[in-house]
Structure formats: C-alpha cells, structure tokens
Design a protein around this ligand. Sequence first.
Ligand code: PMP
Length: 415
Amino acid sequence: MAVPPSAQSLIAEHEALYSQRAAGIKQSAVRDVFELSLDASLVSLAGGNPYLQSLPLKKLGDIAQRIITEQGPVALQYGSGLGTEELRLQILEVMAAEGIDNVSVDDVVITNGSQSAQDMACKVFCDPGDTVLCEDPTYVGALNTFEAYQVKAAAVLTDAQGIVPEALAERIQSLRAAGERVKFLYTIPNFNNPSGITLAAHRRQQVVEICRAAGVLILEDNPYGMLRYDGEPAPTLRSLDPENVIYMGSFSKILSPGLRIGWAAVPSHLFRRFYLAGEAVALCPPTLNQMIISAYLREHDWKGQIESYCQLYASRRDAMFAALEKYLPAGISYTRPEGGFFIWLTLPEGIDTYQLLQEGVQAGVIFIPGAAFSPGNPLSHTLRLAFCAVDEDTIDEGVKRLSKLLERKLEVLSN
Ligand code: PMP
C-alpha cells in the first residue's frame, strides 16, 4: 500500500527518535521460518517446539479451572516480583533432579521464561560496548538480546565436546589485552541449541575455574538438561561453583513454553540487583501460570512425564539419525546429540543455507539456516534440524527431501 507523503514525513520523524539500541533489534531467523512452517504441505524440521500433545491436557485444564474458580482473586492478581513461594520451593526440587542441591530458595527468582533471565543479566552486567563470550553456534535469542544491549558477542572455540578450556582462557586473555571489557560467558552446556553438543564432564571444572580466576561470570542456560536420551549426566556448572554461576532454568521444554515460566538461581551477593532488574520490566511473573505449574508439580508425576518425553524424543532422534544415515549424500557431517531437540549439519563450504532454505520451501522441507546462530554470521554452510516436533515418518520424509536437494547442490558444486 502506498504511504501518503504526510505519513512518510511522520515515519521519518519517528524513525529519528529510535534509540541506537533499537537499530540492533531484529526478528530472529527462527521467527521468519516459523511463518513458513504453518504451510501444512511442508515438512518442518525447523521449529524447536516441544510436543505438547503428550501432556495430560485434561488434567491441566481441570487444574486451571479449579484455580480460577476457587482462588481467582489471588490467581488473577499481581504477585511478588520474586514469584510465588510455593513454586520457588518446588523449583529447588526440579533442580535437585538435575543434581543441583546447593541453592537456597532465597536465591531463586521466577522469570518470564529463561529468555527474560538473559535479558535481566545483560541489563545488570552489561554496558554498551562490553563483551560477552559464547559458543559458536549458540542460541539465537541470546544473540538478539546481546545485540539489543549493544554487547559484543565473542565466540569461544568449541569442538565435539563443547568449549575448549584452553581456548577459553586464551580468548579472555587476548580480549582483555585488546582493551575489551569481558563480563560473562553465556553457555548452554547440555544439548546446545542449535548444535546439540554437550560440554564434556571432564571439561566442566576447568571452564568454571578459568572463569572464576579471570573474574568472568558464567551464565548457564540449561533448558534441555533433563531431556537426556542416553549417556551419563554431567554436573551442572552451578553445582561446581555456586558463587560465580547464574543458572537459568525453564519449564518451557519439560512442560509448556506458552506458560512463559522460567527461573534464575543467582549467587546470593548478586541476587537483589538481578531480581530488581526483572521487576522493572514485568512487575511480576504471571501468577495464574505459576499456580498452574505448582499444582501440576504437586499433583502429577512430573518426573514420569519427563521420562515419557525422553522416550518419545529419543525415538524421533533415532529416526532422524537413521534417515540421515540412509539418505544424506557423502561430504556432509552432523552432530550426534545425547539429548535435547537438535542436530547440526555442516555442508561443504560454498553452499549458502539461506539460499538452500528458499529451495527447500519448493522441495517441501524447511530447517533453520546456521548463520542465524553464529555471532559473526560466518557459518553460512551449516543448518539446524529439529526432531522434537514431528513423528518418525515425517522426519524420514523431511530428511529424504532435504537430501535430494543437497544431492543436486553438490552436483552443481562439483561441476
Ligand atoms: N535458551 C535456550 C538455549 C533455548 O533454546 C530457549 C528456547 N528455545 C530459551 C533459552 C528460551 O526459553 P524460554 O521459553 O524459557 O524463554
């Protein structure tokens, strides 16, 4: 639609009012592809959506109805900026199930998903121009938050076992030598989104010690930790260093992302600043949703639910491994995650996966191009596949379609 001249000058006037940080705010590639994934003829291996059809929906419905009818004036009211006492106590049990037993309820703040805990951390610790360290690739939502706070994201070398400790130490040293203010390491130690890689148990103590010695905080983002399908769990960074690690947890992958409830376990001496930063944005996390989750944890076998999720996702992951094995042309490597939602493909250089996505839409399969997850965007020949949201046959079909496309691409490349 044509914009009349008077409106155009108003738009220009208003654009001049934007803050500098607003220029850095952009829609994530995951969101772009989300729109596409609504087309039912496409196989979407794009979205990291948990499979909510497996939840006890009737039970959750009854809980919600009961809470509103019996406790409506509390449930629909503002609540504490910290979150409800009951849920904060229950979160200690959830963390204990991951081997974290050194957190006091006074150090837990409930947040609007762990996304908002990332935002709070940037707000509290980062000035424009500061540097944070992260894996490459890493979670696109965190990269967007860093950009919005005008924070530089510096990649640390990783391999199949996660962050390389020696490289972390060197990176901190060289950034500092160049005058950069390094504030924290943002890391997803378990089943990284998007790579699926897990930080090896034997490296964890080293990573913690390097950061502690360098005066660099750790932001440990662990939404997938309980979705482990094989292998042994490794200790959380928080359990190794409660004074230097801010731990971020979430109910999004083990229950529901739509309820928007996550949490942060913050070292006691940092807690007050941290939680006040959240209160300034949202006043309080949603009371009704916290009460629903509390009742669910109290009345339902939530650990059993996670176990059955693990079985479901393990079977889907294995179907994706089998399909990749069967159809994928030679010359393409992929990660072998022991949990989480994602597998990461590395194609020969020269294939741009943004371009490939457009062709994927024609071929009936979509995924997320890898550059979206990379701080400097250099990983254009990589892509993320999600196995969580669709069944085994659909995964097979999606990987088949993608592989055909890749075969044609490789042929063109070799000519
Ligand atoms: N961190 C990671 C690594 C994620 O993958 C996601 C969601 N995809 C989030 C944080 C955000 O989770 P939440 O819904 O709790 O805000």
